[in-house]
Write a protein that binds this ligand. Structure first.
Ligand SMILES: NC(=O)c1ccc[n+]([C@@H]2O[C@H](COP(=O)([O-])OP(=O)(O)OC[C@H]3O[C@@H](n4cnc5c(N)ncnc54)[C@H](OP(=O)(O)O)[C@@H]3O)[C@@H](O)[C@H]2O)c1
Length: 309
């Protein structure tokens, strides 16, 4: 995979990165298998790794740290997130106070076993959470040398606000076949020199039946996530069923290709627990897809738009 510059930063990254969170970081997912998958990603050209301090109940950074300790760090870009913390009852809560963010970064550095975080991102803040105190804290962390670049993972109006804030070097937003109406935000962020990172590029596999095929514990986790967070999108996903019937492609590969075709995207973060899926996703970065399929996906996603002449 070719590496390119991430926005206005001096980081060079491949067009897809690996998300180290969710099932992959959970203790119930066999650790040697997780470490092997992360290492396979690195051995096949992925150099951007995205995690979060609260990911996988706080276990994801520890797992990633175990792989990092066996690799040369200079070509890798390690991105993590802070601002969501685990309560004593193991629930997620937002805490963007200075005290919490400083503690957060120190703990992340310790778990990852690194001296400096390449990209530190605010994890799903609310509009109110992006205030002068938070921005000053991020600036201070950068001056201290604990973090290098600063980003934010968010959507909707929070993203609109983030795009206008010069301190953010990158934005991470949801963009996929089921969520196409963010293309103006992507264009605007790009105009302002932000690095554009995409979360959930495969739309939680909602365009096919795989989500209902349970063969592993990971599959149960994915199904529960959809039932808890994405019920309305299940019906929306039905509109894209045709992508599962394209010769030489799987639905997931087409969904990923759709995202990568947007020229403003710097990196799509892949969530996977299977090495064969990981390798297929890497191959997608160099494959060509019939433009008519991409047009059909766009037409379904933007029913009111007139077809291009
Ligand atoms: N707020 C935030 O910070 C936030 C939120 C969401 C996501 N993210 C970032 O984005 C990453 C990805 O997010 P996500 O997990 O929600 O992504 P996703 O786009 O929903 O993709 C994950 C799903 O796609 C499947 N998959 C992946 N490659 C496949 C292939 N080639 N064929 C068939 N199925 C495939 C995975 O199953 P298998 O395991 O079976 O491959 C899994 O079910 C996260 O790890 C994280 O880094 C950040």
């Amino acid at each position: 995979m070719n590496h390119h510059k991430l926005g206005n930063t001096d980081l060079k990254i491949a067009p897809i990165g690996l998300g180290v969170g969710g099932v992959l970081g959970e203790k119930f997912f066999y650790e040697p298998k997780a470490l092997h998958l992360i290492q396979t990603a690195l051995d096949n050209g992925i150099n951007f790794l995205d995690t979060g301090s609260s990911y996988s109940h706080g276990n994801a950074e520890l797992r990633l740290g175990k792989v990092l300790s066996k690799n040369e760090l200079d070509k890798l870009v390690i991105a993590t997130k802070g601002g969501t913390v685990l309560t004593p009852k193991n629930k997620l809560a937002r805490n963007f106070t200075k005290e919490s963010l400083l503690k957060n970064v120190d703990l992340s550095l310790q778990k990852l076993g690194i001296d400096r975080i390449d990209l530190f991102q605010l994890h799903s803040p609310s509009l109110k959470d992006i205030n002068d105190d938070v921005l000053d804290t991020l600036h201070e962390l950068r001056i201290q040398g604990k973090i290098n670049y600063i980003g934010i993972a968010c959507d909707g109006p929070v993203l609109d606000k983030a795009i206008e804030i010069a301190l953010f070097d990158t934005v991470m937003l949801t963009y996929n076949i089921l969520c196409q109406n963010v293309e103006n935000q992507i264009t605007e962020a790009k105009k302002r020199g932000k690095g554009i990172l995409i979360k959930s590029p495969m739309a939680h596999s909602l365009y096919g039946n795989d989500i209902f095929k349970i063969t592993t514990v990971a599959d149960i986790w994915y199904l529960l996530r959809v039932l808890k967070n994405y019920r309305p999108e299940i019906v929306e996903g039905l509109k894209y069923r045709f992508i599962n019937n394209i010769k030489d492609w799987t639905g997931a590969e087409i969904a990923l290709k759709f995202v990568l075709e947007n020229p403003h995207i710097d990196c799509a973060l892949i969530g996977t627990t299977r090495v064969n899926h990981l390798l297929a996703n890497i191959r997608v970065t160099t494959r060509d897809l019939d433009k008519l399929i991409l047009t059909k996906i766009k037409t379904i996603g933007n029913p009111l738009a007139l077809p291009a002449k």
